[in-house]
Design a protein around this ligand. Sequence first.
Ligand SMILES: [Zn+2]
Length: 306
Amino acid sequence: MTKSAFVFRVLCSLNIFFIIIAVFPFYIPPVNVSAATGPAPVITDSSPPPSFSPDRPEQNSAVYLLPAMATDGADTDKPVYDPYTVTERKEKKLPAALPDVKPYYGVKTVYLTFDDGPDRYNTPLVLDILKKNGIKATFFVVGTQVEKSAPLLKRIYNEGHAIGNHSYNHIYRQLYRSPAAYMEQLRHNDQIIKRILGVRPRIARAPGGTVGSFTKQYWTLLKEEGYTDISWNVSSGDASRAKAADLVQNVIYQMQNKYLWSHAIVLMHDGPGHGETVKALPSIIKYFKDNGFEFKVVNLKTPPAW
Ligand SMILES: [Zn+2]
């Protein structure tokens, strides 16, 4: 480095230093976390990964782990997870097919589902609300979000909620390039989830829904690899810029359709930017509680949405 270049660098660093000193007194920390914008900070996880082997998965009595042969026994109300990935099942010649379980149609049953998380801001608030209400829900998580918030995925799992696969990156043009590309994203996300939890989901939800994106080949591959796709039949409408009160009304309006009462699957989002969903959630839960609904997690007993 020449002498003049060195002097220039020193002057530049001093400038940055003075700018920081000058600006700092005016910095006001954000007070409303749900209204915060911009990329969420990465939550660092200092705990070691679980020392996992499929024969000794992490203990969590709130969930049901599919046995290696997985031919029956999944008739449970708990969330269902698999200690084996698709590849491990193939290598060990274990069945990939899901056990045949009779769908459960209740008198009044609701499945609250949250897509696109986990998110640094919204997911902890959603989990707090669920805990306060003593109910469980289902989270369809995106791999790139999981990578940023591994401890939140653990919290969802440890608190007895169901986790579903919502692709690795949620980018439609990559995801729906081909059936193989879609399956590759599911497997990739599974690997990330399994590294954190020691188990992986068997339920998945196609970003944007399957209509218009899936061809017959997608359904064939999903079945071959043993995933079950979970759609929804009630939309909170929170993919738009609607306010919390509108989200509550959207749900109540659609619930006038009594066909849905036996298995209402409600679509919401806990991903980045969904503060209005967090605000609406207590009222949505209250509506279902006041009307005597039971809250269930999505598992192999959950009927098809339509
Ligand atoms: Zn989504």
